[in-house]
Design a protein around this ligand. Structure first.
Ligand code: PLP
Length: 414
């Protein structure tokens, strides 16, 4: 897929001069169009919902846009619950998928009427205790297929994953909850991350649908919904292809017709909790070249660093880089693009061929709209940058200010 910019180079250059760099910029129109395409592809599915994984970009303006497009929120901590709630996402539009959960977070989730998704068989008792001896009327369990499923490249082998209940425990979980008076049930799994192969997601649906039938047959439970988790990837590299929502939808629909309907489970609702694919491609990190130098290699130093985007350093991830205002014929050079942290892995690109740069040039780092700003950290006293929303009419609206030194010092005792 060709890598496109959220607006014209001229407009981006203008913004990079008006606003202090580095900053994150999100494309409202792109985000809305993608959210609609996703919902549209699954229009056939009863009660279809995407609980946006808040951790991908926990910024109210973005959550509100996605809520307007019909999304709920997938939260895994108390602050994420509060964010969702303050953005008007309430009740069962919130899925609380936590692990190693403290009791007060269970209590708050229950208070908000969120769907509580238990990660562990021991959490039934923990939840019951946290809620003063009761359980919510609706309960979901996170299933980990272990050896029954090969993990995808990123999330790894399910056997090694700390999440979810095992195949052996799963029926016990539902039976126990049933015995304790829970009357409504859901089933969840999360076995993929940044997956570009539609068949992997379709197989996840097969796995959950098969379990739904088993739960009906063995325990008489008719699940209200299955949640396939997140994991739909994005083409970070120009040579990669985005996953087709239509292909995923068609594949799942076939399985719905062949597994769910014949079992008399028609009406079973379908949901996802995709984060990355919903905002990732619609956010860029705009940064300015500070220094260009040659050591044993050629280096381009930016004013952004791991505080703004951690993925390349943390996972060795590829993020496409566009240098603004360099024509097709601009001379090119192989460089490492670095940040200013005292960490040698603070590099946005290694041995990347890019147009020759000078101090002051503006670079756009693509696909930074998920796990970008949100993963940033303050190591080395680096401050996280501002976030702007590029509205459909071309205005850039600040949706989160940059951190200041006072923010950094706010927790200190002097
Ligand atoms: C991170 C996460 C998601 C979202 O995953 P994406 O790869 O961003 O779609 C969904 N559910 C859970 C439980 C997660 O931890």
């Amino acid at each position: 897929m060709t890598k496109t910019l959220p607006t014209t180079e001229a407009r981006l250059t203008e913004l990079a001069h008006e606003l202090p760099t580095p900053f994150h910029l999100y494309d409202e129109r792109g985000m809305r169009e993608n959210a609609r395409a996703f919902m549209q592809a699954f229009a056939w599915a009863p009660g279809f919902r995407n609980y946006y994984a808040v951790k991908a970009a926990p910024t109210p303006a973005l959550l509100q846009i996605l809520a307007e497009e019909g999304f709920g929120a997938d939260c895994s901590s108390l602050p994420e619950l509060e964010l969702a709630q303050r953005c008007g996402i309430t009740g069962e539009n919130i899925m609380f998928t936590s692990n190693d959960t403290p009791p007060e977070e269970f209590r708050r989730a229950a208070e908000l009427g969120a769907v509580i998704n238990l990660d562990d068989i021991t959490h039934i008792a923990a939840l019951e205790e946290a809620l003063g001896g009761t359980l919510p009327e609706l309960l979901s369990f996170r299933y980990n297929p272990g050896p029954e499923r090969t993990g995808n490249a990123i999330i790894g082998n399910p056997v090694e994953a700390k999440y979810g209940v095992t195949s052996e425990q799963l029926l016990d979980c539902y039976r126990t909850a049933q015995d304790k008076g829970v009357g409504r049930f859901a089933l969840h799994t999360m076995v993929a991350s940044n997956e570009l192969d539609a068949s992997f997601i379709i197989e996840t649906a097969r796995m959950l649908f098969t379990l739904a039938v088993r739960l009906k047959e063995e325990l008489g439970i008719e699940l209200e919904f299955v949640n396939l988790g997140g994991g739909i990837g994005i083409p970070y590299r120009p040579e990669q292809q985005a996953m087709s929502y239509q292909e995923v939808s068609d594949g799942i629909r076939e399985l719905y017709d062949s597994i769910i309907r014949p079992a008399g489970l028609d009406g079973l609702k379908l949901s996802f909790e995709c984060g990355r694919v919903m905002t990732g491609p619609y956010g860029v990190l705009v940064s300015r070249v500070r220094h260009v130098t040659r050591k044993y290699k050629d280096y381009v130093g930016l004013d952004a660093c791991m505080a703004n985007l951690m993925r390349p350093a943390m996972y060795g991830s590829y993020h496409h880089i566009t240098v603004l205002n360099k024509g097709e014929d601009a001379p090119r050079q192989t460089v490492d693009v670095t940040g200013s942290l005292c960490e040698n892995n603070d590099k946005f690109a290694i041995d990347r061929e890019l147009p020759v740069m000078q101090p002051g040039d503006v670079v756009v780092i693509h696909d930074a709209g998920a796990h970008g700003h949100s993963m940033g950290f303050n190591y080395n006293g680096k401050l996280r940058s501002a976030e702007y929303l590029l509205r459909a009419d071309g205005r850039a609206e600040m949706i989160r200010r940059a951190e200041t030194m006072d923010d950094l010092f706010a927790t200190l005792s002097w």
